[in-house]
Design a protein around this ligand. Structure first.
Ligand SMILES: Cc1ncc(COP(=O)(O)O)c(C=O)c1O
Length: 350
């Protein structure tokens, strides 16, 4: 009963089957195969837009590669302090961009507010040789707090970016969870709202190593190719990444999986909200829950074999719980029942 991360899930059987099927026969290497071409076509259809696509093996690779196309080495990339690029990528974005500076803009529940962005970028000293130059903003969708930017929130930030000639990147490691939460089209919260580049996640939601950098302007397609090779992300047997992504997109498996994970997160959130001493720290909008529980309840859960992260380290009573396409409803219900039982055992009388 593991709620540590959506990365604890295996790969979806349909995706494994597609990889096995792709194993037959010879295929041209380095992305010059039919499966890769097919994925590029499918993504253009799904996003209702021509795009340049580069499949890569990790989300960090997708983010760092995408950002390297959006900023010069002297540029600033604005992001949330808790964003994966700022907190969890070991300075890969700085490395791939040749030294661009990440500047964090705090905001409630994992989101940057448009007004805060406007204030920071307005005071950045654009044009002054002494200052790193505003170049891009990166939004995480769904956020690291399990919340989702609305279409209007993305558009408002992108409009400010446009006024200041900044590019907009979206870290969509959990993009599918955001799309199903909003009930929108993929286009609505990307290029139609002003997003230039998307890191389209697959690994957390059914694949085992497949992410796509998607540029909504093909002008940089050639540069994307060179940068991917230089970043050691041009897989010789690309057909196996493409097979994963192809099966992920087929019959909307990416949305089916995300819908399931979101539903279980909502169920878990609802169940925990009714437990004495429990506090949900953010709205549950995607597949992550941040909940503070009494220490004794947490110990009770740990003692009964539930696994999760204490989000602020040892002794922290803030937990992150993550659901995925492999989470079992019975495990969610068992988590709620166990937490309730331990809370009741210690609740003061009256
Ligand atoms: C928001 C976000 N972006 C990107 C990633 C990609 O990470 P990785 O390089 O581990 O695939 C993750 C994974 O945890 C993530 O949560």
């Amino acid at each position: 009963m593991n709620f540590c991360s959506d990365n604890t899930s295996g790969a979806h059987p349909k995706i494994l089957a597609a990889v096995t099927a792709a194993n037959a026969g010879a295929a041209m290497p380095y992305g010059n195969d039919d499966l890769t071409r097919g994925v590029e076509k499918r993504l253009a259809e799904i996003f209702e837009h021509e795009c340049a696509v580069a499949l890569v093996g990790t989300g960090t690779g997708a983010n760092a590669l995408a950002l390297s196309l959006l900023t010069p080495p002297w540029g600033v990339v604005y992001c949330h302090p808790e964003s994966h690029i700022n907190s969890d990528e070991c300075a890969a974005p700085e490395f791939y961009t040749g030294g661009a500076k990440l500047v964090a803009i705090p905001g409630a529940s994992g989101k940057i507010a448009a007004a805060d962005f406007a204030k920071v970028v307005g005071a950045a000293g654009a044009g002054t040789v002494h200052h790193a130059q505003p170049a891009a903003i990166s939004l995480t969708q769904a956020t690291e707090a399990g919340t989702v930017y609305t279409r209007d929130e993305v558009a408002a930030i992108a409009e400010i970016a446009r006024q200041h000639r900044l590019a907009v990147h979206m870290d969509g490691a959990r993009f599918a969870n955001a799309v199903v939460h909003l009930g929108c089209t993929p286009a609505d919260i990307t290029w139609r709202a002003g997003v230039d580049a998307l890191s389209f996640g697959g690994t957390k939601n059914g694949c085992f190593a497949a992410e796509a950098v998607i540029l909504f302007d093909r002008a940089k397609a050639t540069e994307l190719g060179f940068r991917r090779k230089r970043a050691a992300q041009l897989w010789s047997k690309m057909r196996f990444l493409a097979a994963q992504m192809d099966a992920y997109l087929e019959d909307e498996l990416w949305l089916v999986n995300a819908r399931y994970a979101n539903e279980l997160a909502a169920r878990l959130g609802r169940g925990l909200a009714g437990i004495p001493g429990a506090r949900l720290e953010h709205p549950v909008e995607a597949n992550e829950i941040f909940v503070t529980l009494p220490e004794r309840v947490i110990r009770g859960l740990e003692g009964e074999g539930f696994r999760f992260y204490r989000w602020q380290g040892e002794g922290s009573t803030l937990l992150r719980l993550v659901t995925s396409f492999t989470t079992e409803t019975a495990h969610v219900d068992a988590f709620i029942d166990t937490a309730r039982r331990h809370a009741a055992a210690v609740a003061p009388a009256g």
